[in-house]
Design a protein. Structure first.
Length: 298
C-alpha cells in the first residue's frame, strides 16, 4: 500500500473544513482562539486533546502577539501529531505468514462486511492472493451482502448458510487460504448477546490457531466514526475481551465528529490502519497522521 499511503484523500479533507477555515489568512486573536476551541469540541476532540492544542497556541500567542493564523494552525497540527504518535501502522505491518489472517470485529452496523470487501479489493489491487471468510452467519443479510460484494469484485469467498457455526466457516476458509497471502475474516456483531458473541469470537480464534498458533495476526475493531466519542467505551470493552491489534474507523465521510479518532486512540493506544470514507470499494484509505492533521488544520 505504499502508494496509497502517500495519496491524499479529498473526501477526508472536506470533513474538517470548519476547524482549519477559522484561521485562513487572519491574525490570531482571542475570538478566533475561542472559535477554534468550540470547533474542536464540536468535532468531538474531547477535553484533553482540545486543551492541549489551545494551551500550546495560547502560550505561543503570549510570547508573540503578532502570531498569524497559519502559525496557530501549524502549532495545532503539531500537537495533534504528538497526540497521535504511534497511531500510524508501520509500513511493514503485513507479515509473511501464509496466509496473514485479519479478523474484523465490531458491533452490527459498524461497517465490518463492507470493510471486508473493500479491504479484499485493496489487497487484490496490490497483487495479493486474498480469501474472504463470511463468519457473520448470525445476521441473515450479512451472508448475502458479502456474497454480492465477492461476486462483484471477483474475490474468493468461503461462506456457509445462515446460522451455521462461524468457527467451522473460519476453519474451512483457512484451509482454502492456505499458502495464499491474506485471509480476511468477517465476524458477527450482535450486541444484545454480547457474552455469546465474545465466546464465538474466541472460538473462531481457537480454530484459526489450530492451523497457525499466531493467528489471527491482526484483530481489528471496526468502529463507526459517525458515533464520535460514544464509541470509545465499546471499543475499550472489545479491547479488554479480545486484545485488539488495530482499528478501522468507518463513515468518516459526512460526519463532523472525526475528532473522536484522537480520543479513541488515546484510550486504546493501538494503530489505526484504515479509514472508511464511503460505500464504494475504493472508499477505504490508509490512515496517516499527516493526512489527518492536514485535514483538520490544513
Ligand atoms: P456490519 O453490520 O458491521 O457488517 O456493517 P455493514 O458493512 O453492513 O455496514 C453498515 C452500513 O454502513 C451499510 O449500509 C454500509 O454501506 C455502510 N458503510 C460502511 N462503511 C461506510 C463508510 O465508510 N461510509 C459510509 N457512508 N457508509 C459506510
Amino acid at each position: 500500500f505504499k502508494d496509497g499511503l502517500k495519496k491524499t484523500t479529498p473526501t477526508f479533507y472536506k470533513i474538517f473544513g470548519r476547524v482549519g477555515g477559522i484561521f485562513s489568512g487572519k491574525k490570531l486573536d482571542a475570538a478566533s482562539l475561542e472559535e477554534l476551541e468550540e470547533a474542536l469540541y464540536g468535532a468531538d476532540f474531547g477535553v484533553e486533546t482540545t486543551m492541549e492544542i489551545i494551551e500550546e497556541i495560547q502560550a505561543a500567542y503570549k510570547k508573540d502577539k503578532d502570531l498569524r493564523g497559519q502559525d496557530a494552525a501549524r502549532i495545532g497540527a503539531s500537537v495533534l501529531a504528538r497526540v497521535l504518535e504511534g497511531a500510524e501502522p508501520t509500513e511493514d505491518w503485513l507479515g509473511s505468514a501464509r496466509p496473514e489472517v485479519i479478523c474484523l470485529i465490531g458491533v452490527n452496523g459498524s461497517g465490518k462486511t463492507t470493510t471486508t470487501a473493500k479491504l479484499g479489493w485493496k489487497f487484490k489491487e496490490d497483487g495479493k492472493d486474498v480469501v474472504l471468510a463470511a463468519c457473520d452467519t448470525f445476521r441473515a443479510a450479512a451472508n448475502e451482502q458479502i456474497k454480492t460484494w465477492a461476486e462483484r469484485l471477483d474475490l474468493r469467498l468461503v461462506s456457509s448458510h445462515h446460522n451455521a457455526d462461524a468457527a467451522a466457516v473460519a476453519f474451512d476458509a483457512y484451509q482454502a487460504a492456505k499458502d495464499k497471502d491474506v485471509l480476511i475474516v468477517d465476524t458477527a456483531g450482535r450486541l444484545h448477546t454480547k457474552s455469546n458473541l465474545m465466546e464465538e469470537l474466541k472460538k473462531i480464534r481457537r480454530v484459526l490457531q489450530k492451523h497457525d498458533e499466531s493467528a489471527p495476526h491482526h484483530s481489528w475493531l471496526v468502529v463507526d466514526g459517525s458515533l464520535g466519542s460514544n464509541s470509545i467505551e465499546q471499543a475499550r470493552k472489545f479491547h479488554e475481551a479480545f486484545g485488539l491489534t488495530g482499528l478501522i474507523i468507518t463513515k468518516l465521510d459526512g460526519t463532523s465528529r472525526g475528532g473522536a479518532i484522537a480520543g479513541i486512540y488515546r484510550e486504546l493506544g493501538i494503530p489505526i490502519y484504515f479509514v472508511g470514507l464511503g460505500e464504494q470499494k475504493e472508499d477505504l484509505q490508509p490512515f496517516t497522521v499527516k493526512n489527518y492533521c492536514n485535514a483538520i488544520f490544513g
